[in-house]
Design a protein around this ligand. Structure first.
Ligand code: GZL
Length: 321
């Protein structure tokens, strides 16, 4: 007979009188709040995290997909606190709005590791570590390629700026690198900054609508590959050539395999890597904390670029995502 003193069934979830009854104490319990599944990059990031935080590796993983809504991440984090997890891993959709819920986690004594985009909080003790990309450096690499490709005596360089989710670190810093460069080059201009939300559908929609009244542009600076895929479809429909021999040069961030294949075909001129394989990096951080070590607060990932005139099939085949 079920002993109700230790098991209280309420609604659709089970509550236990002790943590030991709930979890196998040999496993580290991690609650992971993921932004969503908006892009190929995000799917690769989720696969990497779930693969690293698996039971054979010593973890019990509670996973939540926020479907690109910050309020869903708040709900997930509060649920993880209620579930008394050992760690919370947060991939924040945007930089702001985290003080209150992270303070609740701190009050509950649950360490938080932030992955990918950053959080902007007054009190940096609200999270233990962050691991991700240097998005500003990614933008700088793209700008350097533009400076090499379009020498100073180029006629006006007209740029179409396709931005990712507003307020995400990747959008803020990739945009900043471009905007700073435009302010340094008087012959560069941004024709429009369109909000593509890091998705293929939105990228297509905003570029299609822009092209209806566009007088032309020379470079598409697209802050992720999925928006680029949508923009390419809109350009094709409008009869505008792009890529190595096209009228429009394309710069795209993430360097997922599909984008690298298009780069190899000469349809994307520059792919800037943004490495999503953070699972092993987060695993190492948690193992370090479990061992009583104090890993560094910020860990940046090294990244490179690929151009259509130097990329090879072997390079594409060797990629993990
Ligand atoms: C970057 C990541 C961005 C990717 C997009 O680290 O936050 O979000 O560039 C993803 O593909 O949607």
């Amino acid at each position: 007979m079920l002993c109700l003193s230790s098991l209280f069934v309420s609604g659709c979830s089970l509550f236990y009188s002790s943590r030991e009854e709930k979890y196998d104490d040999r496993l580290v319990v991690v609650g992971f709040s993921q932004v969503g599944s908006e892009s190929d990059w995000r799917l690769a990031n989720t696969a990497s995290m779930v693969g690293a935080l698996r039971e054979e590796n010593g973890y019990r993983l509670l996973f939540d997909n926020a479907k690109q809504k910050q309020e869903n991440q708040y709900l997930a984090i509060r649920n993880f606190i209620q579930q008394d997890v050992d760690y919370i891993v947060l991939a924040p959709i945007s930089e702001t709005g985290w003080e209150s819920v992270l303070r609740e986690a701190k009050t509950a004594g649950i360490p938080v590791i932030v992955v990918d985009r950053q959080v902007s909080v007054e009190d940096e003790s609200l999270y233990q570590s962050w691991v991700g990309s240097d998005f500003y450096q990614e933008g700088r690499m793209a700008v350097s390629w533009m400076e090499e490709t379009f020498p100073e005596n180029t006629k006006t360089l007209r740029i179409l700026h396709l931005q990712g989710t507003e307020g995400a670190t990747a959008q803020i810093m990739r945009s900043r690198a471009l905007e700073e460069a435009v302010s340094r080059h008087e012959n560069w201009s941004i024709e429009a900054s369109l909000k593509g939300e890091f998705t293929e559908a939105k990228g297509y929609e905003v570029v299609r609508d822009f092209l209806k009244s566009s007088t032309g542009f020379d470079v598409l600076y697209s802050e992720n590959d999925n928006m680029t895929f949508g923009a390419m479809r809109a350009l094709e429909e409008a009869g505008i050539s792009f890529g190595e021999n096209g009228d429009v040069k394309i710069i795209s961030f993430d360097a997922v395999k599909k984008a690298l294949e298009l780069c190899l075909e000469g349809k994307i001129n520059l792919c800037v890597e943004c490495n999503p394989l953070h699972g092993p990096r987060v695993d190492r951080l948690i193992k370090a904390y479990e061992a009583g070590d104090s890993p560094q607060k910020f860990s940046y990932v090294e990244e490179i670029c690929f151009t259509c005139d130097t990329i090879t099939q072997d390079m594409v085949d060797s990629r993990e995502y």
